[in-house]
Structures are given as C-alpha cells and as structure tokens.
Design a protein around this ligand. Structure first.
Ligand code: ADP
Length: 277
C-alpha cells in the first residue's frame, strides 16, 4: 500500500451565520497517497477552492481533520509547518496574477529556494534545470513575466512550484485560464513531471475531461458534498451518480492524447524544433 500523504476527514466549512449561512464544504473526506493523482471535479460553487484553501491553511475549517504525512495540520510545530510549506506546493489558475510582474523569471522560479541555505551556484543550476524541464531555458532567466504567453507563464509557475522538489503538488484549475490550444500541452507537461518526480497531485477542475488524463482516482463534488469517488476506470466507465453522468456528457475541452499524437506526427514530418507554448 502506498503511504498516505494528504488526508482529509469530514472537512466542513461554513460561511456566514444563521439563515444566511452557506455550507461551502460539507463533511468531505479523501486522501492522496505518495505518487498518486487525485482529481477533484465539480462545477463552480461546489466547494473545491474552499477545500484547497482549508488544506493550505488559508481558511479555518469548522470541523474535520486534515493531516499531512500523519501530522494534524492544526497542531504542527514551527519546523513541521516549514516542512509542509516546502513539500506541498501549489499551481494557481491564473498565471497572469500569480507571477509578480516586477520580478525576473530567475528570481520567481528561485524564490522557494531562498530559505533553504543552498549555495548560489547550486541554486542557479537548479533554476535552470527546472526551466529546461518545463520547456524553457536559461535565456529566459532575466526576462519579466510580461514577455511570456499564458501557457509559458503557467510553465514558469510550474517550475517555481517544483523547484524545491516537493512531494505534493496542488493544482487549482491550472489550465482553465489558458487558450484551449495550449491546455493539452500544459496537461502533458504536468503528467510528464508527475511521473518523473513521482509527485502526489491534487488536481482541481470543473471539467471531467481535464482530469481524466492524469488522475488515478477522481472525487466529484456538488454543493459542497462529495457525491461520488472512484478509480479513473470506475468513474468514467461506470458512473453511478446522475451528476457525474451529467458532467461526463459535457463537451470535452482538452484532448492531450490527440494533441500528443499530433505533435508526434509533426515531429516526424519535420525536424524543426518547436517553441514551447
Ligand atoms: P468552487 O471552487 O467549486 O467554485 P468555492 O469553494 O469557491 O467553490 O465556493 C463554494 C461555496 O462557498 C459557494 O457557494 C461560494 O459562494 C461560497 N463561498 C466561497 N468563499 C466564500 C467566502 N469567502 N464568503 C462567503 N461565501 C463563500
């Protein structure tokens, strides 16, 4: 059995009081094992972001137990919290607002390494290595985010998230703000990196087609509740809940398998090196 890294049990979060209270997350439970990918899917307002915010310590849950590597997130010592902050990293939805426009790419990607007492040279090499892993290069170190496309900015955000070699990556709708044409490329990249680095990934999306390609297991949320969960094959092959079926009938937006095949075909047809989107 794989080691459980993230564990959420009975997470509940309400906003407001009395008659006007909204239960954003209602007794949700799930876990993510080392090297495993869990997709959480639901429409806007189903409680996905609130779940992530509680997990990352940005919201205080009303009840429930949240653990990282067996440690209660609300009872972490300073050292445990530091370890959590370094081992659990996030990629956000909007790469336009998540990168500081005044910082150069080298500084953005290297930021998580600052507290790690790493020699300058080693830090530089690690940043370049990460840029190359996401399809960019040392040439981009001194540029500012404004000179990059949305897809490239998300690659920079991914490089920053992975530079400290975390064990868990939390992706909150990481391709929703991107052009459909580059969504599949960023999904392919995330999958390659997940495999290479044996990452545990919590992948939030409002669209089942987006998580299908990466997820080992999927959890469906509706109105703050977890209405169905299962392995990828169970969920896509034999959905039980009407809401899951409705989500499955929604039009697919990204098609990484197709994109991968098209790119492979293009590569064989021409030796020209394609720039990363
Ligand atoms: P999702 O990420 O699936 O779109 P959210 O977690 O953002 O869903 O929201 C779940 C519910 O909680 C929604 O009804 C939303 O209006 C409500 N909600 C989220 N954040 C707040 C907040 N800060 N104050 C009040 N209500 C909120």
């Amino acid at each position: 059995m794989t080691q459980t890294l993230l564990s959420v049990e009975g997470l509940t979060k309400r906003y407001g009081i009395g008659d006007r209270a909204t239960t954003a997350v209602d007794a949700v439970s799930f876990s993510v094992g080392a090297g495993e990918v869990l997709g959480i899917v639901g429409e806007s307002g189903s409680g996905k972001s609130t779940t992530v915010r509680c997990l990352m310590g940005l919201e205080r849950p009303d009840s429930g137990r949240l653990e990282y590597d067996g440690i209660d997130l609300r009872r972490m010592t300073f050292a445990q919290e530091r370890r959590f902050r370094s081992e659990v990293q996030m990629v956000f939805q909007d790469p336009y607002s998540s990168l500081d426009p005044r910082m150069r790419v080298g500084a953005i990607v290297g930021e998580p390494l600052r507290g790690l007492r790493m020699p300058r040279r080693e830090r530089h090499d690690r940043v370049v290595e990460m840029l190359e892993l996401v399809g960019l290069s040392a040439e981009h170190l001194d540029r500012y985010p404004r000179s990059f496309s949305g897809g490239q900015r998300q690659r920079i955000a991914i490089a920053r998230a992975l530079v400290s070699r975390p064990r868990v990556l939390v992706c909150d709708e990481p391709v929703s703000a991107l052009d459909v044409s580059v969504q599949a490329q960023v999904l392919n990249l995330l999958r390659d990196l997940q495999e290479q680095m044996s990452l545990a990934v919590l992948f939030i999306a409002h669209d089942l087609s987006v998580v299908r390609y990466l997820s080992d297991r999927v959890l469906i949320m509706q109105h703050g509740r977890a209405v169905e969960s299962g392995t990828r094959d169970e969920l896509y092959g034999d959905p039980q809940h009407p809401y899951t079926r409705a989500l499955l009938e929604a039009v697919p937006r990204a098609d990484p398998e197709g994109e991968r095949a098209r790119r492979a075909a293009r590569r064989t047809a021409t030796a020209r090196k394609e720039p990363a989107a």
